[in-house]
Design a protein around this ligand. Structure first.
Ligand code: ADP
Length: 604
């Protein structure tokens, strides 16, 4: 087995301090693949490359020659090879490595690597000229939500990260930075350390650090320091519009201004919002704020015994979180995931490949691990020097102990590779590589999330929990719920782990997801983010007043992208050329990443 790519030899590499962990993870992933006899080179069954609907082989060839002429042949790759899923650190940019559909859906026809904003403009103008859909990615590690895959089959993936990977500024005075799309959380953290600023500046990092700061932020991902809401802490975008013009938002629009990363709004409408979870532009630079080291931190772990403790616990968490006594996006995790994150396959605990692992087996397994048996585990962190932390920790302790059976776990004796320490690192701005170990629960383990949001209320938590649990039981899927508590809302993140080589497991996972989205919407709940396959369904649930919000998005789309070339269908927003032609992916219409036709091509 080959070794793991590192920073700085590749922009998407692992930091050297995580190399041993990455090697161990890779070995475990590949071992499970071998066990299942899965082939990591997936042969192509349909014609290659996957051409966009309505584009002939000849037109595609002409377009590719034109693109090579503009960017250089070495920066254009046609995807005509077998697909390789790889693993987290060596992931493909050609398709969704964790696909829930057939392997031939969500596949790119080519990948292009721009080296500058001007190159991105050239690619966009090229797409308009040849009417070929393009799909931008920064790092392509948006796993669980589609990875690097384009929504429209045969799109050309614009892989921004490979060549546009500069950290343009780190300001230790303003606690801000300015980055290009290829800067991962790992790379930003490493650079801050390399400049000797690690004692002063913290980066807010998500569960895994390999995603790009830009990709994660525009998709409204979260991290786990008090700066956890990435979108809320960004300041300033540079965006290439679908017609090729470049804009800078906020203070960046004022020539010679020095406040771009310090004040997000500038003057006039706050246009940044339309560039997140959308297909209205390609972000080529973004500013984001950095957190001052608070002068110390202390992570803690509480366990709760009963499933029905959930509602009371959430009621206790709300005032503590809103008052900032619970200071970070904290996690309340269910025991099944706690067992799975050990990294062992479920077959270690329970042999049958179908059906749920019985609860008593999960609890028996949990009892053997350092945190002991429990149903809910709360991971939190207090910040500041010891004297600042003490009153907050005391208030939390007194509040949590109102729940009978609550235990504050003594973590001081936990071994260094215990999951708790991974949460501790992430909550204090050091990116890690631990979270996805629960993917090893099943062979060829892949994941896809159901992520509804609600206020921090016990009744909402119980409703969403029961809804998801019921559907998991119906579809025979082990249930991995975690509540991530923001400032005034919580995300329930339910990760479905499935074997992507099994058609029946994929079908069950997708059916379960579609049921949960519908059930949640019927009760008035919506998702904060979703996978490509669910985007039309989820967008459809935000339907108030005759879908007036989507109608406004369509108006914007048609104005900004008159040829409909940029990421058609992303977040359910279809350009005029695609609407009414069978492109929506829903249960009723079948799970296909292409529709019948695209309008406008003949006029060209
Ligand atoms: P990550 O960098 O975290 O691996 P991705 O590159 O997979 O994330 O991006 C996440 C999602 O955000 C993708 O679906 C992509 O369409 C969108 N996206 C990523 N980077 C950009 C960008 N620079 N401009 C516009 N959209 C982007």
């Amino acid at each position: 087995m080959t070794d793991v790519p590192t920073l700085p030899e590749t922009h998407s590499g692992i930091p050297v301090y995580l190399l041993d962990k990455a090697r161990a993870t890779k070995a475990a992933v590949y071992q499970l693949k071998d066990n299942a006899g899965a082939d990591t080179n997936i042969p192509r069954r349909r014609a290659v490359p996957a051409l966009p609907v309505g584009v002939t082989t000849e037109a595609f060839k002409t377009a590719m020659d034109d693109l090579r002429g503009q960017l250089g042949s070495e920066h254009v790759e046609v995807v005509d090879q077998a697909l390789k899923d790889g693993w987290y650190m060596e992931h493909p940019n050609t398709h969704d490595m964790m696909t829930i559909l057939d392997d031939e859906e969500f596949v790119a026809s080519a990948v292009v690597y721009p080296g500058s904003t001007e190159d991105v403009q050239a690619v966009v103008r090229w797409a308009n000229k040849h009417l070929i859909p393009i799909f931008p990615i920064s790092m392509g590690r948006n796993l669980g939500y589609g990875g690097a895959a384009p929504r429209v089959r045969g799109s050309v993936v614009v892989d921004l990260g490979r060549r546009m990977r500069k950290i343009l500024d780190i300001s230790a005075d303003d606690f801000t930075c300015l980055v290009e799309p290829g800067v991962s959380f790992y790379a930003l953290h490493d650079e801050i350390q390399a400049r000797g600023l690690g004692d002063e500046l913290w980066v807010d990092v998500p569960d895994l650090g390999g995603g790009s700061v830009i990709g994660n932020t525009v998709d409204r991902g979260v991290g786990y320091t008090p700066y956890g809401d990435h979108w809320a802490t960004h300041s300033g975008l540079e965006v290439v519009l679908p017609t090729g013009e470049v804009v800078r938002t906020g203070m960046g629009a004022l020539p010679g201004n020095n406040t771009w990363q310090a004040f997000p709004y500038g003057f006039g409408p706050f246009s940044d919002g339309i560039f997140s979870q959308s297909n209205f532009g390609i972000v080529t630079k973004m500013g984001i704020t950095l957190m001052p080291n608070p002068g110390g931190h202390e992570s803690f772990l509480y366990t709760f015994q009963k499933e029905e403790d959930l509602a009371q616990l959430i009621e206790i968490i709300r005032p503590l979180r809103i008052r900032n006594i619970l200071e970070n996006v904290a996690q309340l995790r269910h025991v099944t995931q706690a067992v799975a994150v050990r990294g062992y396959p479920r077959s270690k605990y329970y042999e049958p490949v179908d059906g749920l692992v019985p609860e008593d087996i999960i609890h028996e397994a949990a009892a053997t691990f350092p945190a002991g048996d429990h149903t809910w585990a709360y991971y939190g962190t207090a910040y500041g020097p010891p004297e600042a932390r003490a009153p907050k920790l005391a208030a939390i302790d007194a509040a949590f102990r109102k729940i009978p059976g609550c235990q504050k776990v003594d973590t001081s004796t936990f071994p260094a590779d215990e999951y708790f320490w991974s949460r501790d690192k992430i909550a204090s701005g050091t990116p890690d590589l631990h979270e996805l170990r629960w993917c090893q629960w099943v062979p060829n383990g892949s994941h896809i999330a159901f992520s509804p949001v609600s206020p921090i209320r016990g009744a909402d938590a119980s409703t969403l929990y029961e809804l998801a649990r019921k559907r998991h039981a119906e579809h025979g899927i082990d249930f991995f719920p975690a509540f991530c508590v923001g400032l005034r809302e919580m995300h329930l993140i339910v990760e479905i782990v499935f074997d992507r080589t099994s058609a029946s497991k994929k079908a069950a996972a997708l059916a379960c997801l579609r049921d949960m989205v519908d059930d949640a919407a019927a009760l008035g709940y919506g998702e904060y983010r979703t996978h490509l396959v669910l985007m039309d369904q989820v967008a459809g649930t935000y339907s108030w007043n005759g879908n007036s919000l989507m109608k406004m998005h369509e108006t914007l789309k048609d104005a900004l992208d008159p040829n409909g070339i940029l990421a058609p269908g992303r977040c359910g927003i279809w350009p005029a050329q695609y609407r009414g032609r069978g492109w929506e992916m829903t249960r009723e219409s079948g799970e296909k990443s292409e529709g019948a036709s695209v309008g406008g091509r003949s006029e060209k």
